[in-house]
Write a protein that binds this ligand. Sequence first.
Ligand SMILES: Nc1ncnc2c1ncn2[C@@H]1O[C@H](COP(=O)(O)OP(=O)(O)OP(=O)(O)O)[C@@H](O)[C@H]1O
Length: 335
Amino acid sequence: MNNDLILETISVTKNFFGDKSSGVNNITIFIPKGKITAIVGESGSGKTTLLNLLYGHLQPDHGEVFFKEEQVLSRDNGLQHAHQVMRLVTQNGSDMDAQLSVWDTIAAGLQEEDKSLTIQKVTEVLNMLHIYQLKEQPFGKLSGGEKQRVTIAKALISRPEVLLLDEPFNQVDATYREGLQHDIRYIVKAWGVTVVLVSHDPAEILSMADELIVLKEGEIVENGSPEQLYHSPKLLYTSQILASCSQLTSTQAKVCGIKSRRGVVVIYAEHIKLGVLGNKWLVTQVLFKGFYEELIIEREGVILRVTNHDRGKYPKGTKISININKYFEFGKWEN
Ligand SMILES: Nc1ncnc2c1ncn2[C@@H]1O[C@H](COP(=O)(O)OP(=O)(O)OP(=O)(O)O)[C@@H](O)[C@H]1O
């Protein structure tokens, strides 16, 4: 294996019902060392299955998983070195002891004999994740977001080589999510930890990941950098996962002044500029998104999502005009 890679799957298949309808099929991926790789895809596309194969929770029906040069076997057959240097954080953190304090919970993630070193390491990770003030609280009394920080702190304290995160921020309030994502990215980069992240959230994927792997029905359909896949998606599916967008037929696209021969037109909300000249579109909804709004606008039965940074300028019921800067076209085989 190339030295820049740390994990690899070679033609891995894992099916749960003996046919291709579940799990993952013939997956070959290379996880680069020290990078954050996000596995994305719709619900049921096989993201968690792939993460469990990398971790050794599941064994493939066919194919092999490697950590460096070592084949990753099932954890049920005893712990290998590969297993010991990987940590998995799942969506619910249900294996935690509710009575144990935050300090003891995190310290349990360390096999350190030296007490002063333990104190130093726990203090460091508590500070880095901004949860030092919670150190005496029992785990069970924390909010969902605080629990998630503690769970990740416990996984990180032993400085694993690989951290596998399965939807790690879904319990975290949207307001705090960005802060936690930033903290995790900072720590893993500072410590050189390789991260494989499973996520649904486009904002999270695009801001955290260095590399993306797109799964659909258990197969890889696209991969590349977030910038590459966001700005030039090869598939309609990828554009819908990564961006807030509107999908139109060629007939609907005509209402927007777009002539399309390929069948499907996708317009990202951020690629539509708003104005008041012409006034042909009606604002039917205004969705609050924090520092910006998303407007739902309509004309002749065609509905578009539009990003608006000028909050409050176009209330529901306003008539507006639009200017589309960029759009994507997809044909039949590019779903
Ligand atoms: N232990 C299992 N037994 C039977 N079927 C399973 C099992 N684990 C996963 N599957 C099936 O395999 C497919 C992929 O599931 P997986 O959980 O990997 O998808 P996912 O992309 O992580 O979905 P989500 O985003 O909803 O968590 C699904 O059809 C699921 O029902």
